[in-house]
Design a protein around this ligand. Structure first.
Ligand code: B12
Ligand code: SF4
Length: 490
């Protein structure tokens, strides 16, 4: 049978910290694998021989080759891959993921793109594979853009729009056999226990101004029922010995009945696991009663990530998403009784934020860290990613928008650049960048979490200095910022 080739491109600097499972690729592979297709997944991030493998499989003339990308430097990595693919096969190169979904018409125009798939790929990619293999017309696949040759001319065809998938359980379990678990991490980079990311829900109904999720998933939310989550957890534990799970989703706890069901079932099944999640809101934590909190802890909850964003209610109101400072404080107080690692993320430099308001964020972070010894509070510089209302604000403020797909490759805020944040003056920008680095080391929990032994010692010493800088917003002679950029991003 002809192969289906999926390539997970590198993210760039993020790999310095390790790689998580390639969820997009595993997810779109799930149906073809179930139907018996020979699916090959090459992960540029973790596979040293990726290039040789890519050439070998391209030479076998696959049905198509799939690439996935967010906005930013990943696009350049896709170009590198697509050039190799072009050289060795005529198979169509299909692009998907957040960036092509936000800019389908612009993406398809690039010569290294043959097809663009908008939005969730599971069902539509399956259809595409089947039709391409049978040589059938692909003009009834919703959400697909493709190039068609007619009378020697290349035309761009845009099929009808597609709908959001309604039932999450209709997507088969991921074909984990396509990857080598040892190359990935979940909750902690150096966890003694085998640890992996898992996704049990998708989407979020809120509308925070910096977040693309409401646009990508049209404010929808869907999830696996607790029974299904447990079935999948048990499978992972039994088959692969995984003991540590990180639910990498946007709003894991949107339905508290579901969280209760999952926690109770883990306890009932006597599963010896720990878990954490990326998606839990502070107001949700405030709604959790003591009984459920106890059950969550007993079932293994050990890391919760909460988006605090700002210590100023005025700024929170501008961000949107119905967040309240008081909820952050109450949630922290409630959870501090448990040895659960809390990651509180803040955004520095949102439009109209004053230095005083930024200081309110610093003070809130410090008070939360003081109250909860299991917390850490990383700051990020506000970045106007496309698909967000923050992006529209940036446009009004004169943000220069890339004109084509190549241009978007340099729109990467892993290291924030002043040009992409037009509302900020230089002084505020420098302070925000300083906070973004020092916040990581202000809490000892964070400085000991990552890195090898010698790095930990070094970071342990730096912690005191970082805390001083952070607390006092002291940006003067910030040489370590330059060192960090060189170490991690060059
Ligand atoms: C985990 C995560 C990370 C992790 C790991 C990423 C990973 N996947 O391993 C880390 C920490 C590295 C990370 C970093 C960043 N991230 Co991030 N991340 C996420 C998060 C929360 C989950 C990603 C995931 O696993 N999704 C699950 C999979 C199944 O969904 P998916 O990738 O969208 O794929 C589906 C469809 O898009 C489609 N599809 C995808 N690819 C393809 C390909 C083909 C051929 C087809 C047919 C379909 C298809 O089908 C899939 C199944 O339905 C998402 C939010 C989200 N819910 O997706 C943000 C998100 C992707 N990140 C985002 C951002 C902004 C960043 C950073 C820039 C943050 C920063 N300031 O540094 C960096 C950039 C990294 C980079 N170079 O790309 C934005 C991207 C917005 C955009 N315009 O691109 C998102 C959407 C978050 C948001 N709230 O807006 N991120
Ligand atoms: S609650 Fe989280 S996922 Fe939902 S819109 Fe806000 S930031 Fe995005």
């Amino acid at each position: 049978m002809t192969e289906v080739l999926l390539i997970q491109p590198s993210y760039g600097s993020w790999e310095n910290m390790g790689a998580r499972l390639p969820h997009a690729m595993l997810s779109i592979a799930s149906m073809p694998v179930k139907k018996g297709y020979k699916v090959i997944l090459i992960d540029q991030r973790v596979d040293k021989d990726w290039k040789q493998k890519l050439i070998t499989h391209c030479k076998k003339n696959p049905v198509c080759v799939a690439l996935s990308t967010t906005t930013g430097m990943m696009i350049d990595n896709c170009f590198e891959l697509a050039e190799i693919i072009r050289e060795h096969t005529d198979a169509p190169i299909v692009w998907g993921g957040p960036h092509p979904t936000l800019f389908p018409d612009q993406t398809i125009k690039h010569p290294l793109v043959d097809m663009v798939m908008i939005g969730e790929g599971e069902f539509t990619f399956m259809k595409l594979v089947e039709k391409l293999e049978k040589g059938e017309s692909i003009d009834d696949i919703p959400g697909l853009l493709y190039k068609k040759k007619e009378n020697g001319e290349v035309k761009i065809i845009k099929n009808r729009e597609r709908e959001i998938i309604k039932d999450f359980e209709t997507i088969p379990d991921l074909p984990y056999e396509l990857v080598d678990f040892k190359k990935y991490y979940g909750l902690n980079f150096d966890s003694a226990k085998p640890s992996i990311t898992m996704i049990t829900s998708r989407g979020c109904p809120y509308t925070c101004g910096f977040c693309a999720i409401p646009v990508l998933y049209k404010r929808s939310w869907k999830a696996l029922r607790p029974e299904m989550v447990i079935e999948r957890l048990k499978y992972m534990e039994d088959k692969y010995g995984i003991k540590d799970f990180y639910f990498q989703e946007d709003n894991f706890a949107f339905d508290l009945k579901r969280v209760k069901g999952i926690s109770e079932a883990i306890i009932k099944e006597k599963m010896d696991i720990t878990w954490g999640t990326l998606g839990i809101r502070a107001d949700t934590i405030c709604r959790i009663d003591d009984d459920l909190l106890e059950k969550m802890y007993k079932s293994g909850a050990r890391q919760l990530d909460v988006g605090v964003e700002s210590g100023s209610q005025r700024v929170l109101n501008i961000i949107g998403g119905a967040k309240k400072v008081v909820d952050m404080q109450n949630a922290n107080k409630k959870i501090s009784k448990y040895p659960i690692s809390m990651k509180y993320t803040f955004i520095a430099g949102y439009p109209t934020e004053t230095m005083d308001e930024l200081k309110q964020s610093v003070d809130l972070a410090m008070s939360m860290l003081k109250e909860n010894k299991h917390a850490y509070a990383p700051f990020f510089v506000a970045c106007p990613y496309p698909g967000t209302s923050l992006f529209n604000i940036a446009l009004q403020q004169g943000l220069k928008v890339p004109k084509d797909l190549k241009g978007w490759a340099s729109f990467d805020q892993t290291i924030p650049t002043k040009e992409n944040i037009p509302w900020m003056d230089k002084k505020q920008f420098d302070v925000c960048k300083m906070l973004a680095l020092t916040s990581y080391f202000t809490s000892k929990n964070m400085s000991v979490k990552y890195g090898k032994a010698h790095m930990r010692i070094l970071l342990g010493v730096y912690h005191h200095f970082a805390k001083f800088r952070f607390k006092n917003m002291f940006q003067h002679a910030f040489v370590e910022g330059k060192v960090a950029e060189k170490m991690f991003y060059s």
